[in-house]
Design a protein around this ligand. Structure first.
Ligand code: KIV
Length: 277
């Protein structure tokens, strides 16, 4: 078995120009599959709000939700680095609450790192966490927890001023000690510039091919939901179609009494059966 992924290994991969892979998981079987495929990092993202909890945004997701799902993911992982999201408002109320929430993700959930959305606004929080020995991943560009403030899910950093702000934020986050930075939905040219200017790895989602690594929501790249297909997602398979086919066949076979067949059935011997009557 290969060695568990570390922050040091991630730096090395950036230096050597080896692309870093990351996918989401919210449960044990998905985590096992993603880890077995050799993906470097697993994100227990607050995208679970939209993807598996049925909310419209990530805003309703709580720290208890993330702890619960991180525990399940962690039980399925041998090598990948498990990163747990700090959900909406979990690091904004007080320093004490922030530290306790991050500690829960690591001690109860078993995460190896936490991810925080935001730039200069969260620098003090990031510093506190990194000073306490907690690896922090940053997240700039489209930050879904601020969807109500930014007015929708849209590409960020499209003006020179916004792009400069993002570059400045990336640098102060790096100075505050983050070990990697997610860049979500920004122009590829901007992501390339940020990646070149940072020593830490950038992990892109909708940020072009020049980031140090890529992350996608696993359910999206497997094509589980046929109602949701943003431009930056590539479906590497169509599980929606496969699952629907299987479910409809099951229904049909039960209705036609074709399932269960002999090979799915337990029997009692004739001798024992006779004793019953
Ligand atoms: O919650 C999540 O899945 C994320 C990724 C989209 C980066 O933050």
């Amino acid at each position: 078995m290969s060695k568990p992924m570390t922050t040091l290994e991630l730096y090395k991969m950036k230096q050597e120009g080896q692309p870093i892979t990351m996918l989401t998981a919210y449960d044990f079987p998905t985590a096992m599959l993603v880890d077995s495929a050799g993906i470097d990092m697993i994100l227990v993202g607050d995208s679970m709000g939209n993807v598996v909890l049925g909310y419209d945004t990530t805003v309703p997701v709580t720290i208890d939700d993330i702890v619960h799902h991180t525990k399940a993911v962690n039980r399925g992982v041998k090598r990948a680095m498990v990163v747990a999201d700090m959900p909406f408002m979990s690091c904004h109320i007080s320093e004490e609450e922030t530290m306790r929430n991050a500690a829960r993700l690591m001690q109860e959930g078993g995460a190896k790192a936490v991810k925080i959305e935001g730039g200069h606004q969260v620098i003090n929080v990031v510093k506190k966490l990194t000073d306490a020995g907690i690896p922090v991943m940053g997240h700039l560009g489209l930050t879904p927890q601020s969807v109500n403030q930014i007015g929708g899910f849209r590409v960020q950093g499209k003006t020179a001023a916004d792009a400069q702000q993002l570059i400045d934020d990336a640098k102060v986050l790096q100075d505050a000690g983050i070990f990697a930075l997610v860049l979500e939905c920004i122009p590829a040219q901007l992501a390339k510039k940020v990646t070149a200017e940072l020593d830490i790895p950038t992990i892109g989602i909708g940020a072009g091919v020049d980031c140090d690594g890529q992350v996608l929501v696993t359910h999206d790249m497997l094509g589980v939901n046929d109602q949701f297909k943003p431009k930056f997602v590539k479906c590497f398979t169509n599980l929606h179609q496969e699952i629907m086919k299987a479910l409809e066949t099951y229904k049909e076979e039960v209705k036609e009494r074709q399932f269960p067949a002999a090979e799915h059935t337990f029997n009692i011997s004739e001798e024992e059966l006779k004793k019953l009557y």
